[in-house]
Write a protein of this length. Structure first.
Length: 382
């Protein structure tokens, strides 16, 4: 859930002005105010859609609903409706059914353009093998030595070692609408609370109880589990002169690997100014993308610092969500119209190889100036 800045400032002001003995009550009122503000429109829309759905018998797809399995209904009864009061103790996590995680997973992959270029492991998998090919195939008798060599070249990525946590609130007005609407609400909220955290991990995670981000050096000196930043390569153009000379030899392994598509990742400010100017020229009908030196795909991410960009080969970053869980908390029972949960996502991610991405220093990236060639016809008799 995204809380508006003005709401946060208003709450901080109330807390600062409240006597110490009243701060707890102010916090409770602040949470209630946030919930009323953030979910009022959602609840109203859900109730309106619910009435239309029942009246018209429209199909589920129109309203973002889906048919639930019995296991999913049992999970909602236990974890959300709290029909079995002994099932959630506040001391252990109740894991979402894998089918629910799969749907959230598909939503995640379409929520951010970056996620389209990530190699995602299936939901529920605890360990995923990194599939970069090593060495050359040779004909001959299969021996144990060759098998050992192949196995030694395969790395695995554990997907259940790191967790991303957030709070989720389920209004009772949503619970009253029934299974499909609860499922829709839970999936929507889980998508929102996870998508930004997952993207941050993919871009900037330092490897300590977090993914190893694209900005990090897999071969650098790891200090207490933290991977260092990659040294940025300064480029002044995204064409064959500078980018082609300094960056491509790393990505194509000095010509030993074919690289056609490259994803350029930068924050929106750099994308709208520095990179736009370096890739677009003014034509008769406004600015147009010049002929790409390579098949560049441009993706923005707020986690890339100013002055930097990432040149990345698609699907060379492996990420996965092994489990999602919800832990019901008894500490928030004072919120009569809400049920409060801790949402935990277990996952991991890293590049297959260090040379699958290059961090760029674009602080001196120059605007693209088209080259115009002219031919002068020879003058007869000259």
């Amino acid at each position: 859930m995204k809380i508006k800045n003005e709401t946060i400032e208003k709450i901080k002001e109330k807390l600062d002005n409240a006597p110490s003995e009243e701060k707890s009550q102010v916090i409770i009122e602040a949470i209630q105010e946030i919930m009323e503000q953030e979910y009022a429109g959602t609840i109203t829309q859900y109730q309106k859609d619910f009435e239309e759905y029942n009246a018209s018998k429209e199909n589920d797809k129109k309203f973002g609903l889906r048919a639930l399995t019995e296991k999913e209904k049992q999970w909602i009864d236990r974890a959300i409706k709290q029909e079995d009061k002994t099932s959630i103790t506040g001391k252990e996590i109740d894991y979402l059914p894998e089918t629910t995680v799969d749907y959230i997973f598909e939503d995640l992959k379409t929520a951010h353009p970056l996620f389209e270029y990530i190699q995602w492991a299936p939901a529920g998998v605890q360990k995923w093998f990194l599939s970069e090919r090593s060495g050359k195939a040779t004909w001959g008798k299969l021996t144990r030595a060759i098998v050992d060599q192949i196995e030694a070249g395969i790395e695995s990525l554990p997907l259940d070692v790191n967790s991303l946590s957030a709070f989720m609130f389920v209004p009772k007005a949503i619970i009253a609408l029934g299974y499909k609407w609860i499922d829709k609400f839970v999936r929507t909220v889980l998508l929102e609370v996870n998508e930004e955290g997952i993207e941050t991990g993919i871009i900037a995670g330092n490897g300590k109880e977090a993914p190893i981000g694209l900005l990090k050096d897999l071969k650098g000196s790891v200090q207490e589990g933290v991977y260092p930043d990659k040294t940025a390569v300064k480029v002044t153009d995204l064409g064959p002169d500078d980018f082609g000379e300094k960056v491509l030899p790393t990505l194509n392994r000095k010509g030993k690997r074919n690289v056609s598509t490259i994803v350029i990742i930068a924050n929106q400010k750099e994308m709208d100014s520095t990179i736009y100017k370096a890739t677009h020229v003014l034509g008769f009908n406004g600015y147009v993308l010049a002929n790409n030196y390579k098949d560049f795909r441009f993706v923005s991410s707020p986690d890339v610092p100013d002055g930097k960009a990432i040149a990345y080969i698609p699907n060379k970053y492996v990420a996965g969500i092994s489990r999602m869980g919800i832990d019901y908390s008894d500490h928030y029972k004072f919120l009569e119209q809400l049920r409060t949960y801790t949402v935990v996502t277990y996952g991991n991610g890293r590049l297959i190889d260090n040379d699958d991405a290059v961090v760029l220093d674009i602080s001196e990236l120059k605007p693209l100036v088209p080259t115009v060639q002219t031919e002068t016809a020879a003058i007869p008799g000259a």
